[in-house]
Design a protein around this ligand. Structure first.
Ligand code: 7TS
Length: 425
């Protein structure tokens, strides 16, 4: 990630991390990359939607089911004890990965969507008074819009939206001007899934502090691309999706400051989140279990642990510099395509590039590319207000992971030239 202020806390380098970044060797770790689509080698450039999984993650899930599958936290038998230990070890690995102060601050969720809904319902909804304000930006994913709309409607509060510039960056002057003593919460995406913009969240957090607003960061698109240090950032909450960082689907993380989580009421009731239950009164379990009702995604948490181990073994700074260079290569190569318009030209970019081609609907572009085994995403990317801001219904978006290559970018560009010949005006 080319963001100068991105925090730089790295895990201690492992033997593998000190090896040079060898994309061809790394590609061998991802079995799906060997498959063919329409008789051609797959070029998977849809990583912002979900990344592919390395063998180590697949093995970790399989090992769990084949050697220790059982329910956790309740059993005295060996399998349950082992599964509990593996699950709680995963929590500590996540804690170290984002440098949280305590493993009590790591709540496993289904993903970013559930994490943001949890904050909205458990933390913000009870304190929201009529005419209070929640401040987001125009580039948010629907997951960071709709949960706030729901609670604002319930409380008679106001959802305010900081504008985005033509280059696809948050207008910081306007953002600051929209903060006031009425702002209860600021919730902002770290890296835009549609534009690839890396937001200056350090400055955003600092500005929000001036008015005592709580800060939520949607980190869904950030953690696979650069190191995140929640203590250095000093945000109140940080939401993560495992499946966008080489882990299985259905597992994610809500980081929250312990002092805040202690004060919050549970989001869901059920097993595991209680200390004692009577029909008259229920008392709740300690953190983080208070927010983890029901049997969790044990295999998913173990898979997330394996994904983090994998990322650390490659090294996040090596991944970041490789991907940054690849995105710069892609930007230059795309600029040669007739009629191509970039949607978002941010100074600091990670992960994704969006564009349109004159006279062509993005879905048609995607279909032509698929016929050449090049997978990109086309549509509104769950950012409909952002599409409206740019006056378009959809974009074509390529998004990279550590295993993508220049050759794949070249295939994309050749496919776009072909789409132009077939469909262009
Ligand atoms: N926030 C951002 C910035 C995202 O990119 C996504 C998913 C979410 C929240 C929701 O994450 P989930 O894991 O809870 O679903 N983004 C995308 C995308 O760009 N294409 O498919 C999903």
């Amino acid at each position: 990630m080319s963001h100068p202020t991105a925090s730089s806390t790295e895990q201690p380098p492992t033997a593998a991390a000190s090896r040079p970044f060898d994309v061809q060797r790394l590609r061998q770790d991802f079995p799906i990359l060997a498959r063919q689509v329409h008789g051609q080698e797959l070029a998977y450039l849809d990583n912002a939607a979900t990344t592919q999984k390395p063998q180590a993650v697949l093995d970790a899930e399989r090992d769990y089911y084949t050697t220790m599958n059982s329910n956790i936290h309740r059993g005295v038998h060996t399998l349950s004890i082992e599964a509990t230990q593996a699950h709680e070890h995963a929590r500590r690995v996540v804690q170290r990965f984002i440098n949280a102060a305590s493993d009590k601050e790591i709540i496993f969720t289904r993903g970013t969507t559930e994490a943001i809904n949890l904050i909205a319902q458990s933390y913000v909804r009870p304190m929201l008074q009529p005419r209070d304000e929640v401040l987001i930006t125009h580039m948010e994913h629907h997951s960071n819009i709709v949960p706030w709309q729901i609670i604002c409607e319930q409380a008679g509060a106001i959802l305010r939206v900081a504008p985005v510039t033509d280059s696809g960056e948050v207008d910081m002057e306007q953002f600051k001007a929209m903060l006031s003593s009425r702002t209860r919460v600021v919730s902002v995406v770290h890296v835009s899934n549609t534009l690839g913009t890396v937001n200056p969240i350090e400055r955003i957090i600092e500005a929000a502090r001036q008015v005592d607003a709580a800060v939520v960061i949607d980190g869904a698109q950030a953690t696979a691309h650069a190191a995140v240090d929640v203590q250095e950032l000093d945000c109140d909450f940080y939401a993560i999706s495992g499946h966008k960082m080489y882990a299985p689907t259905g597992i994610g993380v809500l980081y929250g400051k312990q002092s805040i989580l202690e004060r919050m009421q549970p989001y869901q009731g059920g097993g595991d989140m209680i200390r004692s239950v009577t029909f008259e009164k229920t008392t709740y379990n300690d953190l983080p279990y208070k927010f983890e009702a029901g049997t969790p995604n044990i295999a998913g948490a173990i898979g997330l642990r394996a994904a983090i181990d994998y990322i650390n073994s490659v090294g996040l700074s090596a991944i970041a510099s490789y991907e940054t260079e690849l995105l710069q290569y892609a930007e230059q190569a795309l600029a040669s395509v007739p009629g191509l318009k970039f949607i978002g030209t941010p100074a600091h970019r990670a992960g994704a590039i969006s564009f349109t081609l004159e006279g062509m609907h993005p879905h048609d572009i995607g279909t032509v590319l698929d016929s050449e085994a090049v997978a990109i995403r086309t549509g509104h990317h769950c950012t409909q207000p952002l599409m409206e801001r740019f006056g378009i219904p959809a974009t074509a978006r390529l998004s990279v992971a550590l295993y993508n290559t220049r050759e794949e970018v070249d295939r994309l560009v050749r496919g776009l030239h072909r789409a132009g010949e077939l469909l262009g005006v």
